[in-house]
Design a protein around this ligand. Structure first.
Ligand SMILES: Cc1cc2nc3c(=O)[nH]c(=O)nc-3n(C[C@H](O)[C@H](O)[C@H](O)COP(=O)(O)OP(=O)(O)OC[C@H]3O[C@@H](n4cnc5c(N)ncnc54)[C@H](O)[C@@H]3O)c2cc1C
Length: 499
């Protein structure tokens, strides 16, 4: 059997794996990636072709980010879970929506279940590095911490909604402004369909990292241990199994595959095996179609930006513990499906007194949508099924959250109504299931006896295995994880390169 050796081996070439690897000389660090290298130009052409044929956006996107290697398939994960992930080079970090936020101070300081081993202050410097790396733009008045780059137009949006939603701030979105063509990124034209757009300026692994040493088409099957020291990994490339040995290993295979790779291995006795794959956290969704009497200038911001509605982004008490909601006012024009809400169609087609052009424009101009990410907390008992050959998730007590989410949705609509915002409609996506594609918590680094990792993201019970990615996050709260994924990976890369 052929054997390669590198001082550091990283499993997975998404944001987490590449961020850690970027702290090393490529000749000292090998990334093993089960997917193939992506040819964006060709794939996006095919994707855009599918859109032109009238195929739905999600179908075109999943086609673009699907691996053609036969061992890289992902089934639907469970009855309720419709999260997806990608096995192409760069993984889901290619496909993501670019929505970024720091985790709230309340979540960092909560002691309820799987408390964070780090505080927001410990991560501040790493968040700043992550924001630089992802080209994240944000609102200087962002209450979760000042972002590194500023967002043109942010002040306009805050002002427009301030009579109704006083303490809003723009959410970070990983778009690239003012660096036309740099690293292959385009300039965002504000279409809001980043994953499948040639003009997309979203941060992706291939456009924000220097050239790293990546072995594509190489699936890690198992980690080999001698006592508590990991010596090598067994890798399958479609033809044969080979071994790669190392001094240190970083598992950054995404929140679903990281626990699966560990569980396939003969782990040292000191590893807290029982908690691997447990405490899976993700988000469920709810949206409200709203209107304020004052018109809003859509497209005054570059692309897919979100206004974080602080009045709605809060904790709600449920029978399963507290649940954080992240609520975003979307700043792009209404989805075609919501046109009937944005425009009073009965007035448009009124044969006697049809609505005038100006009145119509004014009516439409005040329409906006609030999109909510409902946290599925660790107490809900979701977990990765480590006994199945195919990726599977066990839904735990998700069904019990549905009536709780109903109550939360009602309270949120009441808050808006009290603030003079007209709620025209609502979509209770959470009733059919959940799926933010976020996969947090499955090898948690918490300040508890249930932690799988120590404070340096090292696998407890091992000498030289580390983890990176959303799996590490003990408590995600109501925000998408990627900014935190990169911040934690910056911290790990810096630590490993210094010891
Ligand atoms: C449609 C979609 C929209 C999203 N939108 C957002 C958003 O707006 N905001 C946000 O914060 N997050 C979003 N996410 C989540 C975001 O994509 C992830 O949090 C982030 O990409 C995780 O980075 P990662 O490096 O941990 O994992 P990935 O980017 O998934 O990288 C993991 C890599 O590991 C490889 N791998 C897995 N198993 C093995 C193995 N056994 N051997 C070798 N290689 C392996 C995979 O092929 C993959 O390339 C979205 C995800 C999806 C799918």
């Amino acid at each position: 059997m052929e054997t390669l050796h590198y001082p550091v081996v990283v499993i997975g070439s998404g944001f987490a794996g590449r961020t850690v690897a970027d702290y090393f000389d490529p000749q000292d660090c090998l990334i093993l990636e089960r997917g193939e290298a992506l040819d964006y130009g060709r794939r996006l052409e095919v994707g855009e072709g599918l859109l032109k044929q009238g195929r739905p956006l999600h179908e075109a996107e999943s086609f673009v980010y699907r691996s053609s290697l036969p061992w890289n398939s992902t089934p639907r994960l469970s009855e309720y879970n419709y999260s997806s992930y990608a096995f192409v080079g760069g993984g889901s970090s290619n496909w993501w929506g670019g929505k970024c936020s720091r985790i709230s101070e309340h979540v960092f300081s909560s002691r309820e279940c799987l408390p964070w081993a780090l505080g927001g202050d410990d991560l501040r410097a790493w968040y700043e590095l992550a924001e630089k790396r992802l080209n994240v733009s944000g609102d200087p008045a962002n209450l979760e911490g000042e972002p590194v780059n500023s967002m043109p137009g942010a002040a306009y949006w805050r002002k427009a909604l301030s009579p109704y939603l006083a303490s809003s701030s723009i959410y970070n979105v990983a778009l690239n402004f003012g660096r036309e063509g740099a690293n292959g990124q385009g300039v965002c034209k504000g279409r809001g369909a980043c994953a499948i757009c040639h003009n997309d300026a979203k941060a992706r692994p291939d456009n924000i990292f220097r050239e790293l040493n990546i072995l594509y088409g190489s699936q890690v099957v198992e980690i080999e241990f001698e006592g508590s020291v990991a010596r090598g990994v067994l890798v399958f490339n479609g033809k044969e199994i080979f071994r790669v040995t190392f001094d240190r290993l970083v598992v950054a295979a995404n929140g679903l595959e990281t626990p699966r790779v560990l569980a396939r291995s003969d782990l040292p006795s000191g590893v807290r095996r029982d908690y691997i794959g447990m405490f899976y956290q993700d988000h469920a969704h709810f949206s409200m179609q709203c209107r304020i009497p004052k018109p809003i200038a859509f497209r005054s911001l570059g692309g897919l930006c979100h206004l974080k509605v602080q009045e709605l982004s809060k904790f709600f008490e449920t029978a399963l513990g507290t649940v954080e909601v992240g609520a975003l006012a979307l700043t792009h024009p209404p989805h075609p499906d919501d046109l009937h809400l944005a425009v009073p169609l009965h007035k448009v087609f009124d044969p006697v007194n049809p609505i005038g052009r100006e009145e119509l424009a004014e009516y439409m101009g005040g329409f906006f949508e609030v999109y909510c990410e409902f946290e599925i907390p660790p107490q809900a008992g979701l977990r990765v099924d480590l006994n199945s050959d195919e990726p599977r998730v066990i839904d735990g007590r998700y069904a019990e959250l549905i009536p709780e989410f109903d109550l939360m949705a009602k309270k949120m609509a009441d808050i808006l109504l009290r603030r003079g915002v007209e709620v025209l409609g609502s979509k209770h996506w959470y009733r059919n299931g959940y799926g933010g594609h976020h996969f947090c918590g499955t090898v948690n680094m918490s300040d508890s006896d249930q932690s799988v990792l120590d404070i340096d993201c090292k696998l407890i019970g091992s000498e030289n295995v580390y983890c990176a990615g959303a799996a590490v996050i003990p408590r995600a709260g109501g925000v998408a994880p990627t900014l935190t994924v990169v911040a934690l990976a910056e911290r790990l890369g810096s630590y490993l390169s210094a010891v």
